[in-house]
Design a protein around this ligand. Structure first.
Ligand code: C2E
Ligand code: MG
Ligand code: MG
Length: 584
């Protein structure tokens, strides 16, 4: 009803046309402009309910072949709230009361139609209130259960859908949790709008496979029916991963993005929706896979793993607050000159009550949490300060190699940070070497080249770390202004193990030479490896063969001693014979 002109759509269930006219007169007399139909059998009542919207049903009791309770049943099947008023001359009080209990709004005797208008007005008001309330509920539901960016259900919405699906049958299903790798970096680099489009495009790809929801900032949840066992789940996961290999076309640019997945199975891993999603998330968080997408299937042992990770994460935040980090330094040798030419600064975390934690374990977590930004700044500043202190102690200059994570590398203001740190600590730019892994180059090549050039322009040296483990081809490498290449230790380890390993090292060295790049081999542990490398033309090495990473004080002492030895004795391998005695 429109309250202003008091129009009313009234469906009159009445076998007597005269009585219907009386009703209409009463309604018009009450100020309503009425649109109406009169029906007198169940079939026509059904038809009218189906075909048109009504504001009120006015229903007689004694009709040929049916009555008011029967009509009420029909109306309620169509609409649970449509006001239903009995207007009858012959219904007993008991029956009227019973029908009202079942949902009729009122009973008006035909002999007293003066009560009709106030009853209708009251019912219309209440109906409008109910509708407003329902809309408010729907809006709230939408806010609570849907993601505004993608229009998909959110995590809670997904759980309620899972519940509906599970109530329906016991058929095997897989619940997947999917994280888009590097999504946050893409958002940062290309803006929120591109990020949103990427989310929508991802949702589109996932929706082909089942019920999809956005369960977190860069996470989706997916329910896939008809998966009965681990083998089928793994096959499906692989297909899904491969479906991400095709680039996303967004605003005229191609974005390559990969995902990692966690999977739980119904009913094997749980009966409850929350449980299944949480297991899939645990599996995803524990997934250690690398490369172009990976998956992990849930298993009980992952719960402990997840717990440990959560504790480690909390401990890392504490470590940043309490400055529990330290830098160790590992020497880099020139085999021809037989001197230490550089040192690499390596982050160490001595976790209270736990001891040293491997960087391989905590650095990825620093990256995931974004803590690598402040910690990386601290590493850079501390390494530069230490270098300056060594200089002030009269230690002959060596270069200082500092690792930069891909996340730091993409931070706006990186070049400024390096400049300021050098200025503040008084370290010469030419003594600083930044080690960057190949992964920085995968995304936004132009920007990477630009940043590298800017760093190069300050005078800082640039080395590509862990070469051979990432994606770089010879061709792509040409485009990036690196001055040095670090052969990854996995290749060095293979020297003397198999001919293939040796030929790989030779191939890398040939390639580096053709590109005019200096080369250093890392992870050199034996004399045999050092000899092989030198023979092949790789003159710089770093590894346990000469020294493990050691604290700053020990490194200063080593540099001083080494300098004394180098100036006083020059027999073959004078420095090399120190072997691993510098182990911390
Ligand atoms: P990386 O930059 O490739 O560093 C070389 C790693 O090889 C170091 O491991 C070093 O201790 C180890 N290593 C050196 N010589 C040998 C050897 O002869 N044999 C073997 N088996 N290993 C050797 P570490 O210190 O555990 O660091 C691991 C990785 O963590 C580093 O690899 C680097 O990627 C990262 N990292 C360490 N410190 C930092 C840092 O301050 N910032 C960033 N972003 N990453 C860092
Ligand atoms: Mg390094
Ligand atoms: Mg390395």
């Amino acid at each position: 009803m429109n309250a202003e002109n008091k129009s009313l759509r009234a469906l009159i269930v009445e076998d007597s046309p005269d009585d219907a006219v009386l009703l209409l007169d009463a309604l018009q007399g009450g100020g309503f402009s009425v649109i109406h139909e009169r029906v007198d059998c169940p079939r026509h009542l059904e038809e009218q309910l189906r075909e048109k919207p009504w504001d009120v049903i006015l229903c007689d009791h004694n009709l040929p072949g049916f009555d008011a309770p029967h009509a009420l049943g029909i109306v309620r099947r169509h609409d649970e709230e449509l006001p239903f008023i009995i207007v009858s001359g012959s219904i007993s009080d008991d029956l009227a009361a019973g029908t009202m209990k079942n949902g009729a709004a009122d009973f008006i005797p035909k002999s007293n139609l003066s009560r009709l208008i106030p009853a209708i007005e009251r019912e219309l008001r209440e109906s409008a209130n109910r509708q407003a309330l329902r809309q408010a509920h729907e809006k709230l539901d939408h806010m609570l259960y849907y993601d505004p960016f993608t229009g998909l259900p959110n995590r809670d919405g997904f759980i309620s859908r899972l519940r509906i699906h599970m109530d329906n049958s016991q058929q095997g299903r897989a619940v997947l949790s999917l994280e888009l790798c590097r999504f946050k970096q893409i958002m940062k680099a290309l803006g929120a709008d591109v990020g949103r489009q990427l989310l929508r495009a991802t949702a589109g790809r996932l929706a082909r496979h089942g019920v999809v929801a956005r369960s977190g900032e860069d996470c989706f949840a997916l329910l896939v029916n008809g998966i009965d066992d681990a083998e089928q789940a793994e096959q499906f996961a692989q297909t899904l991963i491969e479906s991400f290999w095709a680039p996303f076309q967004i605003e005229e640019q191609e974005l390559f993005i990969c995902c990692r997945l966690g999977i739980s199975l119904y009913p094997q891993h749980g009966q409850e929706p929350e449980e299944l999603l949480s297991h899939a998330e645990t599996a995803m968080i524990c997934d250690q896979g690398e490369g172009r997408g990976s998956y992990t299937l849930y298993g009980k042992s992952l719960d402990t793993h997840r717990q440990e990770r959560l504790e480690l994460e909390k401990a890392l935040y504490r470590a940043v607050r309490n400055q529990e980090f330290e830098l160790y330094y590992q020497p880099q040798l020139d085999l021809n000159k037989r001197t230490i030419v550089g040192v690499e600064a390596l982050l160490r975390w001595n976790r209270p009550d736990h001891g040293m934690v491997s960087p391989a374990r905590f650095i990825p977590m620093l990256e995931e949490t974004g803590l690598i930004i402040p910690v990386g700044e601290w590493v850079l500043r501390t390494a530069c300060q230490t270098h300056r202190e060594w200089q002030q102690r009269g230690i002959p200059p060596v270069w200082m190699a500092v690792n930069l994570s891909a996340i730091q590398f993409r931070q706006p203001g990186l070049v400024e940070l390096v400049k300021c740190t050098l200025a503040e600590t008084g370290m010469a730019a030419t003594s600083l070497e930044l080690e960057i892994t190949e992964s920085v180059a995968i995304f936004n090549e132009q920007e990477t080249i630009h940043t590298l050039r800017e760093l190069g322009a300050i005078g800082v040296k640039l080395a590509i770390d862990d070469f051979g483990t990432g994606y770089s081809s010879l061709n792509s490498l040409k485009r990036f202004p690196f001055g040095k290449l670090k052969i990854d230790q996995s290749f060095v380890r293979d020297i003397s193990r198999d001919a293939n390993g040796e030929s790989m090292v030779k191939a890398i060295l040939d390639m580096a030479e053709s590109l005019g790049l200096a080369v250093i081999a890392e992870g050199v542990e034996t004399l045999e490896q050092a000899d092989f490398l030198q023979k092949c033309g790789c003159h710089e090495i770093q590894g346990y063969y000469f020294s493990r990473p050691i604290p700053a004080g020990d490194m200063a002492a080593l540099l001083e001693a080494h300098h004394r030895e180098a100036t006083s004795c020059k027999p073959d391998r004078c420095e090399m014979d120190t072997g691993t005695r510098h182990a911390p």
